[in-house]
Design a protein around this ligand. Structure first.
Ligand SMILES: *Cc1c(COP(=O)(O)O)cnc(C)c1O
Length: 821
């Protein structure tokens, strides 16, 4: 190709950040890209024009970052995740470019309020909860700490469902985040790949050369086309790429069928492709188990692997150097089939022998485990796996043979250990264990908090850990302080800057300097004023959206996260009922006014989780309308919890509820967001709460309940909840009220089963922890009444949350797993 030398080509004019120039640019985009003038423009048009102006500045940095990585011949990180819960992008980009004030002023010159158009941007919810949000924080941190990285995932047309309430029940509605187009993304048709399913496998070469190579002839084939979204790091140091795949048919229309009059059948291929990347499975901490889900997993894994290998070979020539130039991180087991896919590419397409392919594969992959819950451990029935991915099934067997022979011969593993580490679960119908596949195919297996990592070694991966004792390591989760402090809480950010300077904005651990003002009465007063202002914002929103009257001086006691029995929203609701009883029995006492705020989605098929939402709403209706409570207690379930709602609720929280059954929450990241925004935590010694206590000090966090070891011991000895419930007057009365229909007069039996489950088995140990939880809540009341004590603790929480920045997490991944930085 005849192309001018890049250095002699004209370059785009340098851009300024003068608000009047920005305003001109916005009008220019409005005119020529949207096709409207200022008088005809609607708010959505202003948003689009503003995004286009910001986008151009991002693109400048994006091209520079990509160029730099090519020139450095540096190693790249590939983060494979079936979920990216990115939320809105505009404020993130503007803030990280350092243009917040300028953009606000530019829009003001045009008579547009940036805060109004900002809220029109759709919230991209391509994930369920913590796992997907972690991937989004990691993308931003990788750009911030200058790690060249690509995120790979699926561009779901319908991401997480929108939750509405109908008579207190959750109803799920499709969310169409792409309805108004998406100005952040770029379609890259030139980087499309073919993805196959089913079909047959044949020996590759008639002459018998290459013992292992096979020729896979898939029966069904689709095209994977990427859409790229730039991800801007803090101060726009680097811009990385989030590459999301969409499925397209090879033949959009089957003309033979169409011409024969079968107009529906002619679109069959199109419809099947569309179905592949249409919806996110709305299950959190459960394996979806559907054929379409395995198709999604393979589709995005194969497209990503083909892209990674293509890029590597194009720039470095030799596929064998892949582990030196590419680190692929598997976010949970969802992309674990990538291990077999890379083996297929190396053996079948690049003629590498099995042992060398295995060595390359293992040196390339890292795997992050996110849960120990048995129902969340992915496995696929062998017949399904074999039908969809016949070549990969062969490779899984070959990998397994190598693994089991080595374990038996070199490490003298006995039958029980052999069946535990096997890639095939033989205990019932035969299934492929994706966790074991990811483990053996990776050089690093990490947990997401210190406790979780230790439990991994003792439970799910005990035998694999014995076989490979150097592989398991810990990388405690983190959150990006840009979104979760600077952007969502500008009031607190400004106050901190005034008190300790700007160093914390580039090094979050510099927040420790706040210790020096934690007991300063004047600073506490300003800190309290910021919190109060944030609470007014939330109460106004609750007034406008739900018609609620909330007193912003009451304690905002907040539990927002996916609804799951292990997260124990039920414990919190039962405590609210018990408190309600207490207030009515002793109206003369000095009760601390509280608002118990709940938010979160339940998996549509998770019966008890949906019932718990209904219970929260039933309890709210009764308590909120009872004059005997005198407004001292309110219960609110806020519909459709998502990233944007979190950005409002975190800064407005006084108390953070992190009350999972110990040993069941892998890390949590909501806990960190609350702490960083100056809420005190009431929580169990679970996940990252343990490390939060170590950082903030035991006197600044309210820990209650059984430890993980105690939970395990109780279960082992045959835990019996009934006598515990009968011994606790508070608990048995609250349960009796719920079970007898006090909160469900329209259906008195609604909660009989739920309450009975607590008496009969109580797997999540609600009863065992109830009394210590309730006592700790009254202790929290005591702290609240001593404002100097409360705000001293709150400020010390902010001061010591710097370590929980995802920048720290990413630096640890970069140096200890990926070998970059
Ligand atoms: C942070 C976050 C989560 C994770 O919350 P946990 O309390 O750690 O479960 C889930 N959903 C959203 C929208 C979040 O922002």
């Amino acid at each position: 190709m005849n192309r001018a030398n890049a250095s002699t080509l004209p370059k785009p004019a340098p851009r300024t950040s003068d608000p009047s120039v920005l305003a001109e640019e916005i009008v220019e985009r409005l005119t020529y890209r949207i096709g409207k003038n200022a008088t005809a423009a609607k708010s959505h048009d202003w948003l689009a024009a503003t995004i286009l102006v910001i986008r151009d500045r991002v693109i400048d940095r994006w091209i520079a970052s990509t160029q730099k990585t090519y020139e450095d011949e540096g190693k790249r990180v590939y983060y494979l995740s079936l979920e990216f819960l990115i939320g809105r992008l505009m404020r993130d980009a503007v803030s990280n470019l350092g243009l917040m004030d300028e953009m606000r002023d530019a829009l003001a010159l045009l008579g547009v309020d940036i805060d109004v158009i900002r809220e029109l941007e759709p919230d991209a919810a391509l994930g369920n909860g913590g796992l997907g949000r972690l991937a989004a924080c990691f993308m931003e941190s990788m750009a911030t700490v200058d790690v060249p990285a690509y995120g790979y995932g699926i561009r779901y047309v319908n991401g997480m469902f929108r939750q509405e309430m109908s008579d207190g029940w959750q109803v799920e509605l499709p969310e169409t985040w792409l309805a108004h187009g998406n100005n952040w993304e770029f379609e890259r048709r030139e980087a499309s790949y073919e993805i196959g399913f089913g079909g047959t496998v044949e020996l590759a070469a008639a002459d018998g050369s290459g013992d292992h190579a096979r020729h896979w002839k898939p029966h069904d084939r689709f095209i994977a086309t990427p859409y790229d979204t730039p991800v801007v790091g803090w101060r726009a140091n680097r811009v990385n790429t989030l590459r999301l795949w969409t499925a397209q048919p090879i033949d959009p229309i089957l003309l033979d069928a169409f011409n024969a009059g079968d107009h529906i059948g002619a679109l069959k291929e199109s419809n099947r492709a569309e179905a592949l990347t249409r919806v996110l499975y709305p299950a959190d901490s459960t394996a979806a188990g559907q054929e379409l889900r395995l198709q999604q997993e393979y589709f995005f894994s194969s497209a990503s692997l083909q892209d990674i290998v293509r890029r590597h070979v194009q720039y470095f020539g030799d596929i064998r150097t892949l582990p030196d130039k590419a680190a692929i991180q598997l976010n949970d087991t969802h992309p674990a089939v990538s291990v077999a896919e890379l083996m297929r590419i190396l053996i079948d397409l690049h003629n590498i022998d099995f042992d060398e392919a295995w060595d390359i594969t293992r040196r390339t992959f890292g795997y992050t485990n996110h849960t120990l819950l048995p129902e969340a451990l992915e496995s696929w029935p062998v017949p399904l796996f074999e039908r969809l991915l016949p070549r990969h099934m062969q490779l899984v067997y070959a990998i397994n043979a190598k693994l089991l022979i080595q374990a038996r011969r070199e490490h003298h593993f006995e039958d029980a250990a052999i069946s535990a580490i096997s890639l095939i679960d033989e205990s019932g119908d035969r299934r492929v264990r994706m966790g074991n596949l990811a483990f053996v195919g990776a050089h690093s297996i990490n947990g997401v908090s210190a406790l979780h990592t230790e439990l991994m070694k003792e439970t799910v991966f005990a035998d694999l850990h014995r076989l490979y004792p150097d592989r398991i390591n810990n990388k405690t989760n983190g959150i990006t302080p840009r979104r979760w402090l600077f952007q969502c809480n500008p009031g607190l950010t400004t106050l901190i800057r005034e008190a300790i300077g700007d160093a914390f904005m580039d090094d979050s651990e510099a927040l420790v300097a706040l210790d020096g003002v934690a007991d300063d009465a004047a600073f506490q007063e300003k800190f309290a004023a910021v919190k109060h202002a944030n609470k007014i914002v939330l109460s106004n929103l609750l007034r406008d959206r739900m018609g609620l009257k909330i007193d912003p001086s009451a304690m905002f006691d907040t539990q927002i996260k996916r609804i799951h029995e292990y997260k124990r929203q039920l414990l919190n609701i039962i405590e609210a009922v018990a408190l309600y009883d207490q207030i009515r029995s002793h109206p003369e006492r000095d009760w601390v006014p509280r608002v118990k705020l709940f938010g979160g989605k339940a998996a549509p098929s998770y019966h008890n989780a949906k019932l718990i939402i209904k219970l929260a709403n039933d309890v709210a209706r009764v308590i909120n309308h009872d004059p005997a409570v005198q407004g001292l207690l309110k219960v609110v379930f806020i519909p459709n919890y998502n990233v944007s709602m979190a950005e409002i609720m975190m800064p407005a929280a006084d108390l953070s509820e992190q009350i999972s059954t110990a040993g069941m929450e892998a890390s949590g990241t909501g806990n960190m967001k609350f702490g960083l925004n100056g809420a005190l935590t009431i929580g169990t010694l679970d996940g990252a709460n343990v490390e939060m206590r170590d950082h903030v000090g035991a006197e600044n966090i309210m820990i209650f309940g059984l430890t993980a070891a105690e939970v395990a011991a109780k279960r082992a000895e045959g835990y019996k909840p009934r006598p515990i419930i009968e011994q606790s007057r508070e608990l048995s009365q609250a349960l009796a009220a719920i079970a007898s229909g006090v909160f469900s007069p329209d259906d008195r039996n609604r909660y009989a089963g739920l309450v009975n489950g607590l008496y009969e088995h109580d797997w999540f140990m609600v009863a065992a922890d109830f009394d210590s939880y309730s006592a700790m809540q009254r202790h929290v009341d005591g702290i609240w009444t001593d404002k100097a004590d409360w705000y001293g603790k709150a400020i010390r929480n902010v001061a010591h949350m710097g370590w929980f920045s995802s920048d720290r997490t990413i630096r640890q991944y970069a140096s200890e797993i990926w070998g970059v930085l």
